[in-house]
Structures are given as structure tokens and as C-alpha cells.
Design a protein around this ligand. Structure first.
Ligand code: TIU
Length: 229
């Protein structure tokens, strides 16, 4: 097959079209949590301008709606820790320019702790019944989680990856998925970073070298493919 030419049932992507196989594809939404997107959470405590991530919300809401309508598996992840912090390594606890550390009390409850308000997925993108929510203690969604078992049991071989932040949890997850044999398409406008130049570089790294980690496309390309599928 000439991989550089578009074919029907594929998403216009770089470095070449991503074949669309809805039944074997999951939409994976990474860490669209208050702790990263709203003031007073973990992202804010690290000294970031959290408003930079909010441009992802509307396009991602449209993608989630289209994926649900097409019958795609939709999976959400959340970064966070047990209330007793027993799954938090001392190294992760120490690291960062923290105003508040993980586990400290902030305006949205304890920072990056499961069950707290800040740990919730933002209301605009709330999961619906039947959609797996993966709680992860690390940056990658495969590390110390049952994500791989959940995907394999549903016959998933391909991932559309969205969420925040592009160069941290999205990238780590794509690298983990790639090494496990999943084909990953990352949506450029449904991922975001506190550092726009890191966002651009992270996307460039994924699609470089003939797609060394996967593919990159806009949400409009996925929506167009889904509407024709
Ligand atoms: N700090 C930062 O850019 N990201 C994270 O800590 N976690 C995620 O990316 N979810």
C-alpha cells in the first residue's frame, strides 16, 4: 500500500493518512481535570497559566460527541493519588516549583488527590455511564493501571489521543502505547500545553521520521472522516 496517499475511510493526518477502523479504535482523553485546567489546582500551583489549556475544551467536546455517536470506545484518564499518598513516590512529591505540594489543601481540595474536587474531570467533558475512567499515579496512562487490559479486552489496536499536557502526560502515554503496539493519532487542537512551543515540538516529535511515535491531525480531519465513515 502507498502509505502517503489518502484512502477512503482514513483521517487526513501527518505524516500520512491514518486508516479509520472505528470498532478497533478508542478515543483516549488524558487528564482533562480541574487540577490542570482551573485556577487553584496542581497546574496553577506549579506556576502555570492554566487558561492556556482551555482552547482544547470546545474541539474536544465535539470529538467526544462524534466518537460516542460513531460507537467508538471512549476512555478518560485522571492523574492523581490515594488519600494517604501511598502511591506517590518521594521523588514525584519533592519535584516542582510548588506553591502547594501534592496532597496539600488548596481551593479545590487536596492537590492531585483522588476524590477531591480538583481531581474531577472538568464538567464540560464529563464521562458518561459505561466509559472507563482510568486513575493513574504517573504521567503515562499505562503505568500502574489496567488501561491495557481494558483496551485489549475490547479489541482495540488504535488510539486517538487527546488531552493535557501535550509534552507531559499525552506524550508519555503515546510513547507507552507505541511500545505496546498501538497505533496512535494525536489531535493537535485537542491537546494543549502551558508552553506553546513545547506543544508544537511535541507534535513534531510524534510525526517525524515517518511517524516514529504515530500520527498528528486536526479534530476537523477526524470529524470529517467519522461523518463519512
Ligand atoms: N505539569 C504538566 O505539564 N503536566 C502534568 O503534570 N500532568 C499531565 O500532563 N497530565
Amino acid at each position: 500500500m502507498d502509505q502517503t496517499r489518502p484512502s477512503s475511510g482514513s483521517v487526513e493526518a501527518e505524516p500520512y493518512p491514518f486508516p479509520l477502523a472505528v470498532a478497533a479504535t478508542a478515543l483516549v482523553v488524558i487528564d482533562m481535570q480541574r487540577d490542570f485546567l482551573e485556577p487553584g489546582g496542581f497546574g496553577d500551583a506549579l506556576g502555570n497559566d492554566v487558561s492556556l489549556l482551555r482552547a482544547t475544551i470546545d474541539p474536544l467536546a465535539a470529538v467526544i460527541a462524534a466518537a460516542r455517536a460513531a460507537g467508538m470506545v471512549v476512555v478518560h484518564t485522571r492523574e492523581g493519588h490515594r488519600a494517604d499518598l501511598s502511591d506517590l513516590s518521594p521523588a514525584k512529591h519533592r519535584r516542582g516549583n510548588f506553591a502547594l505540594k501534592i496532597g496539600d489543601s488548596g481551593p479545590m481540595g487536596r492537590i492531585l488527590v483522588r476524590g477531591e474536587e480538583g481531581h474531577d474531570i472538568i464538567p464540560e467533558l464529563a464521562p458518561i455511564a459505561g466509559e472507563p475512567v482510568i486513575d493513574k499515579p504517573g504521567k503515562g496512562a499505562f503505568y500502574a493501571t489496567d488501561l491495557e487490559a481494558i483496551l485489549r479486552s475490547r479489541g482495540i489496536a488504535r488510539l486517538v489521543v487527546c488531552g493535557v499536557t501535550t509534552e507531559v502526560c499525552v506524550h508519555t502515554t503515546v510513547r507507552e502505547a507505541n511500545d505496546r503496539g498501538f497505533d496512535c493519532l494525536v489531535l493537535s487542537d485537542c491537546t494543549g500545553s502551558y508552553f506553546p512551543h513545547f506543544h508544537e515540538a511535541a507534535l513534531a516529535m510524534i510525526k517525524a521520521q515517518g511517524g516514529i511515535f504515530g500520527w498528528v491531525a486536526s479534530s476537523s480531519a477526524l470529524l470529517a472522516a467519522l461523518s463519512g465513515a
